[in-house]
Design a protein around this ligand. Structure first.
Ligand code: ZN
Length: 268
């Protein structure tokens, strides 16, 4: 048992090392942690069972790149899920002592249930994945395309409170291009899941690599976590930056060009 605990602790330390927190040198971002995600490997899963539930939540550790889903995730229809969540959310509110006969509260369980399935967590269902059409790169534009400042709203999977911020994405065409609004839609599809920022970053990057048929993709997310700002450590000033660089974006010059477009200090 002790050996097992040491093993888990080792894995945990390894994982933390991989996240490679660096001190901030960027003038535009106050107290920002930068987390580079290129070391995470597809399908890699880490066991967190040696940690307490508070540790997992406050450290915002995830177990892998794929959103953990049950094989039975879509056995129920959306309407059945809404009905079930409504029932259980009513239980939660009643347990907290709220009077559900009050006119203001009585519709809340159904409102929350609909909001979860149809809006906040609609990105769990692959049926809601945006349809991406590729176009030929007729202009023969072979330089970097950057779409910056894509606003997104997500929710932390450890506390179910908002993560919100800006995603900046870039790619260099391999001969195919996609409509610009599709970049926003891909960001928002993956944001509408219970998330950790690191996973959100990698999921967006992998999706872009797949649909654009190129490794040459970069994603940088700068976000605030309300579970850090409004509870726990109650740090209202910090934001978290996560980045993923693929293909030529791993080269210094290309990475610097991308960061320069974002107005970020490139000396790191
Ligand atoms: Zn959280």
């Amino acid at each position: 048992m002790i050996l097992l605990n040491i093993m888990f602790l080792y894995l945990y330390c390894q994982f933390k090392n991989e996240l490679a927190f660096k001190t901030n040198k960027k003038p535009l971002l106050m107290k920002t942690k930068e987390i580079s995600l290129n070391n995470l490997i597809d399908g890699d899963r880490i066991s967190l069972s040696a940690l307490s539930i508070d540790e997992i939540g406050d450290e915002h550790i995830s177990t892998g790149i794929e959103t953990p889903m049950k094989t039975t995730a879509f056995d129920m229809s959306d309407d059945e899920k809404i009905e079930k969540i409504e029932f259980h959310f009513r239980e939660i509110m009643e347990t907290m002592g709220l009077d559900l006969n009050d006119d203001s509260l009585k519709g809340t369980p159904l409102r929350v249930a609909k909001m979860y399935i149809k809006e906040l967590y609609s990105g769990l269902n692959p049926a809601n994945k945006p349809k991406i059409a590729l176009f030929e790169n007729k202009y023969k534009y072979d330089q970097m395309l950057v779409e910056k400042g894509i606003a997104f709203y997500s929710n932390c999977e450890h506390h179910f409170v908002p993560i919100f911020g800006k995603a900046h994405v870039a790619y260099i065409s391999s001969g195919k291009v996609i409509g610009l609004s599709k970049l926003n839609r891909i960001v928002n599809y993956y944001a509408k899941r219970p998330q950790v920022q690191e996973r959100l970053t990698v999921q967006i990057a992998k999706e872009l690599q797949q649909c654009l048929q190129t490794e040459n993709v970069a994603v940088l997310i700068d976000a605030k976590h309300l579970c850090v700002a409004s509870r726990g450590i109650k740090d209202n000033n910090s934001s978290t930056v996560t980045s993923f660089y693929g293909g030529t974006f791993l080269e210094d010059q290309t990475k610097k060009e991308f960061l320069a477009y974002l107005g970020l200090n490139t000396d790191y």
